[in-house]
Design a protein around this ligand. Structure first.
Ligand SMILES: CC(=O)SCCNC(=O)CCNC(=O)[C@H](O)C(C)(C)COP(=O)(O)OP(=O)(O)OC[C@H]1O[C@@H](n2cnc3c(N)ncnc32)[C@H](O)[C@@H]1OP(=O)(O)O
Ligand SMILES: CC(C)C(=O)C(=O)O
Ligand SMILES: [Mg+2]
Length: 555
């Protein structure tokens, strides 16, 4: 029998909140961010960070502008204790940054925690105990009152210890761990009892942190829980309401966002979402989500590649190439219609107007990414992408009809070869297929006599030797086509012709693109030359050579 059996599970909680307000709100300002990378992030690593890595990550967090940073669980391990001491003894904590430490509601651990913090000018002491039925029954072996007593005693020990260090400005924080799996009325009761001990005031608030220790329901349910809590807790004006979401169902970021609508003031999380199991809420994503809505995230995210590098080097964890906002591939389009739309929008977008480029929710340049990586070509790509690459890398602005043919040629090759095609390989196809003015015929020279109607004398070479052709017409190209028509006895007609300069100044070259109809069949050619007329004539010849017509091969 299969062990995969959904009947073993129950649905998550629901909250009766018919008058819920959060769906009608929007987030207008950034919340207070608290990084728990050095604690929750660290405790989830296979190999916890050493002091050197912690220092590096600390410097990154401070540099990004975090004002509250949970730096560890100093009563739990010597490295955590030593790190806190290093921060204090070496005066590493900027004036406007407050460190936070975590501790269980146990007297000996609380005492040691305060010892670790001796001499700090300001700190948040974060005490927690779990409150859910499963933890009450099976972990603590206590009823509701018993677990509430653990919380209250913890609050009392924290208060008592803090009084031994009056020089420090203390802030107290309490988390009813496993809040999302706790009955709401009971979570309120426990928090009220903690607040009765701490007696916070608006001037000296305490932090109540509501953790989705395990994400057990969809984000809207968490928002209901937070709104219910926020509107039912006493002394609301004396509390900073914080949330701490985990990502078990993949909704940590969404849950934190909806919690802000529901009344939360503060969000705990980690960079890139490292943390227990599936991780914590990703603060980078949350902050970038605000940024992309025109809200100042109050964090410096302008160098995400550096953030990713430091996190990776400190935690040993890789970052998915499609990680929101900062993954390697998140501003890259491989697919044809996306490339087409991006190319058209980028050509129109100005710095002054609000950003509205299809498929790019923000300007990648804001995060230090350039447009080079935006469009990459594989078998899913279309003419827009191929055209974009040729224009960006080689300055070639292909006419639409040539884009279509070029895209078909590229696709054929990518389907055969598989994988991605780099710009040089794309250009090689362009050169091989369209710039075919060397064989079977090549242009040796020409003389143009510009009168009422232009007369041209053309010297062409082939395996059969040199020949001279004569023609006349309005303009060099018409005269040239006339020369070929007379010489071959076939009907030739220019359908379209375009040219433009590549580069500027004395180094500039001209590129010409020609679409020719020969005996009812259309064929395209291109050529690059320092001389504009030569470029045109060679482009016509490239098309003729490409035609593969029998009379050409016979040469
Ligand atoms: C959701 C979270 O992320 S919570 C943070 C979790 N982080 C960590 O645990 C990392 C650091 N922790 C540690 O290194 C260790 O747990 C220590 C050093 C703090 C404590 O270690 P130990 O004393 O061996 O105890 P252990 O952690 O196994 O705790 C179990 C005991 O503490 C009790 N306990 C657990 N959590 C709490 C709490 N928050 N408050 C009070 N008591 C608690 C348990 O009921 C159990 O009691 P019992 O021994 O009477 O059955
Ligand atoms: C200690 C608490 C806040 C925690 O990390 C959790 O519940 O996830
Ligand atoms: Mg956690």
């Amino acid at each position: 029998m299969s062990s995969f059996d959904h009947r073993r599970y129950r649905p998550g909680p629901v909250v009766h909140l018919p008058n819920r307000q959060w769906p009608n709100r929007t987030v207008q300002t950034a919340p207070a961010w608290t990084s728990v990378d050095l604690r929750d992030g660290n405790q989830a690593l296979m190999e916890p960070m050493g002091v050197t890595q912690k220092r590096r990550l600390w410097n990154l967090l401070v540099g990004m502008g975090f004002k509250e940073i949970e730096v560890g669980f100093p009563a739990a391990s010597q490295p955590d204790f030593d790190f806190v001491r290093w921060l204090i003894d070496e005066r590493q904590i900027p004036e406007d940054v407050t460190i936070q430490v975590l501790v269980q509601a146990r007297e000996d651990l609380i005492r040691k925690t305060f010892e670790a913090l001796r001499g700090v000018s300001r700190a948040i002491v974060h005490v927690y105990n779990s409150t859910s039925p499963a933890q009450r029954d099976w972990v603590f072996g206590q009823d509701r009152d018993g677990v509430k007593a653990i919380a209250r005693r913890g609050a009392e020990w924290v208060l008592a210890e803090s009084r031994r260090y009056p020089q420090t400005h203390w802030t107290f924080q309490y988390s009813p761990e496993s809040f999302t799996a706790t009955e709401l009325d009971y979570a309120l009761e426990v928090c009220e009892s903690v607040l009765d001990v701490w007696e916070p005031t608006p001037e000296r608030p305490s932090i109540i942190n509501l953790p989705a220790t395990v994400e057990v329901a969809s984000p809207n349910v968490f928002a209901d829980q937070v709104e219910y809590f926020s509107t039912h807790i006493g002394r609301r004006e004396a509390i900073v309401l914080s949330v701490h979401t985990h990502n078990d169902r993949g909704g940590a970021v969404a849950a934190a966002e909806l919690a802000l609508l529901a009344g939360a003031d503060r969000v705990e999380g980690t960079l890139l979402g490292n943390g227990e199991r599936t991780g914590n809420a990703d603060l980078l994503t949350l902050a970038m989500n605000l940024y992309s809505q025109g809200v100042d995230p109050r964090l410096d995210l302008s160098n995400p590649d550096e953030i990713v590098r430091v996190c990776n080097e400190c935690t040993g964890l890789p970052v998915h190439p499609r990680h929101p906002w900062v993954g390697e591939l998140v501003y890259t389009a491989f697919s044809g219609s996306h490339q087409d739309a991006i190319r058209k929008c980028l050509a129109r977008q100005t710095r002054e107007e609000p950003w509205q480029v299809a498929y790019l929710p923000i300007d990648p340049q804001d995060l230090g990414r350039n447009y080079e990586a935006v469009i990459r070509v594989n078998s899913q790509s279309g003419k827009g992408g191929v055209a974009f690459v040729l224009e960006r890398e080689y300055g070639l602005v292909l006419p639409r009809w040539m884009q279509v043919e070029m895209a078909r040629l590229v696709q054929k090759e990518t389907e055969t070869r598989g994988g991605e095609m780099d710009p040089a390989s794309i250009y090689a196809i362009f050169e091989r297929c369209f710039m075919t003015d060397r064989s079977p015929y090549r242009l040796i020279g020409y003389r143009l006599d510009r009168n009422d109607s232009d007369r041209i004398e053309v010297r062409i070479g082939s395996a059969a030797g040199e020949q001279i052709l004569h023609g006349a017409g309005q303009g060099a190209i018409a005269a040239y086509v006339d020369a070929w028509t007379r010489w071959s006895g076939r009907s030739l007609r220019i359908i379209d012709y375009q040219e433009h300069a590549i580069g500027a100044g004395t180094d500039a070259e001209a590129v010409a693109y020609v679409q020719l109809e020969m005996e009812g069949v259309r064929v395209a050619g291109a050529a690059i030359d320092r001389d504009t007329v030569a470029a045109s004539l060679r482009a016509v010849l490239a098309a003729l050579n490409r035609s593969g017509a029998e009379w050409m091969q016979a040469a």
